[in-house]
Design a protein around this ligand. Structure first.
Ligand code: ADE
Length: 258
């Protein structure tokens, strides 16, 4: 669902925080913006962040932070999934105090719903959890989340993105019940962080966007993880271009309302 008149998108956004789960998804973006590395968000956690001031074409500027869940010191891989993402997002919000939180990254898409490798989705309608199965009154709905997604409609054009239902879970490989859930809910993007961050953003009263780029097709015979590893760098590069467009749009918008 896009922004409604009763709960308008903030007229001026000057501080934007991006949260990535994987280093490969966001390092190019942070480098391109020339952000300063501030190290860890908390001395006990591998989550880390960078920030800087990005000048706009009209003389104004945006303050931008980029946070990462960080690398697991024991297994030496990125800490993907909901818990590290929510922790990193919370710390980043406290440290940077953004006006807007963006979760950007990769996802599995669905050929049956028109996706191809490289398709870009802007999280729409609601953010779901597909693997929170809690058959207890009230907790069932809490488990699925259904956290409302909102954005100004013109953002779809700015990002050249499709509106898509994003569903989050902590496994890369889907089980039969997950597949049933995707079909029943018409899910477009299966990933591992967005709904957890969407809920946190709502707790903080922050507008939230999820921009997700398809690396693999969940309903295609090739195993998702093989396509994911092959396409990760290329698709992350395409994602970077869209995020730069988002910054340009935010900059122009806040200047025209200054
Ligand atoms: N990220 C990219 N592809 C994914 C998939 N198929 N499942 C979960 N997260 C993903």
């Amino acid at each position: 669902m896009s922004q409604t008149a009763s709960d308008p998108w903030p007229s001026s956004i000057r501080r934007v925080a991006f949260l990535f789960a994987m280093s490969a998804e966001g390092t190019g973006f942070a480098r391109r913006l020339g952000l300063e590395d501030h190290g860890n968000l908390d001395p006990s956690l591998p989550a880390h962040w960078l920030s800087g001031s990005i000048p706009g074409s009209g003389g104004g500027s945006l303050e931008v932070a980029v946070g990462f869940a960080g690398s697991d010191p024991e297994h030496r891989v990125d800490r993907i999934g909901t818990v590290p993402a929510a922790l990193a997002a919370h710390l980043l919000i406290r440290r940077f105090e953004p006006d807007l939180l963006v979760n950007a990254g990769t996802c599995g898409g669905f050929k049956a719903r028109g996706a191809a490798v490289g398709s870009i989705y802007l999280g729409s309608r609601a953010f779901l959890f597909h693997d929170h199965r809690i058959p207890l009154p009230g907790f069932d709905a809490f488990g699925v989340g259904r956290i409302e997604a909102r954005y100004p409609e013109e953002l779809l054009e700015v990002l050249d993105a499709e509106p898509g239902v994003v569903s989050t879970g902590d496994s890369f490989t889907p089980c039969a019940e997950d597949l049933e859930f995707f079909a029943a809910e018409g899910v477009h993007a299966k990933e591992m962080e967005a709904a957890a961050i969407a809920r946190l953003a709502r707790d903080h009263g922050l507008p939230f966007l999820a921009v997700k780029a398809v690396t693999d097709l969940v309903d295609h015979p090739e195993p998702e993880h093989e396509a994911f590893l092959r396409n990760l760098d290329r698709v992350s590069g395409a994602l970077e271009e869209r995020l730069v467009r988002l910054l340009g749009w935010l900059e122009t918008r806040s200047e025209s309302r200054a």
